[in-house]
Design a protein around this ligand. Sequence first.
Ligand SMILES: CC(C)(COP(=O)(O)OP(=O)(O)OC[C@H]1O[C@@H](n2cnc3c(N)ncnc32)[C@H](O)[C@@H]1OP(=O)(O)O)[C@@H](O)C(=O)NCCC(=O)NCCS
Length: 155
Amino acid sequence: MEVVVSTAKGLTIKLRNFRQSDIRRVMEIEAESFLDGDAILYLELYDEWPEGFLVAENGGTVIGFVVLVLTPEGDGRVFAIAVDSRYIGRGVGRTLLKAAFNTLRKRKIGFVRLEVRVGNQVAQRLYRSMGFMEIGYIPFYYMDGEGAIMMRKVM
Ligand SMILES: CC(C)(COP(=O)(O)OP(=O)(O)OC[C@H]1O[C@@H](n2cnc3c(N)ncnc32)[C@H](O)[C@@H]1OP(=O)(O)O)[C@@H](O)C(=O)NCCC(=O)NCCS
């Protein structure tokens, strides 16, 4: 997959599948976004389902990514999404999610779920606006002790 699109906020980005050479840039973005992952885990998830790992590029540089995995029940799960802090609020996150959901639809996957930090209002607002509903709460889900809201969307 490789496509050039304009976000709803007028930023031109290229969406394409992750390549192993992107890992350094992806880890830079994930570190500044305070996510809990590590490079080995991301590369394993890529090996398991390469189509689920997309990046957004601007001017030849990776500025955001989304990682979807397949759950044992056969649903999709948003494992991680993050955008370079200099590009936040310019439509990159929404565009990445839409592209990832198209991948799920092609596979005829019925549901997608995710966990999000209780305090992450920006991400929660984005997910709600894309049709996610709150389905549960997991206390102490993150390594720093913060709880997670579970959300699910019908594809
Ligand atoms: C969550 C994240 C991926 C969203 O990506 P983004 O490119 O900034 O999002 P978009 O520009 O597509 O905006 C989508 C929605 O997010 C919300 N949003 C984005 N920036 C915002 C800001 N500065 N303040 C408040 N809401 C904001 C809005 O609801 C926006 O909706 P709109 O398109 O109707 O304006 C990004 O903020 C990020 O990387 N955050 C850090 C990592 C993270 O929290 N990941 C999610 C873990 S579950």
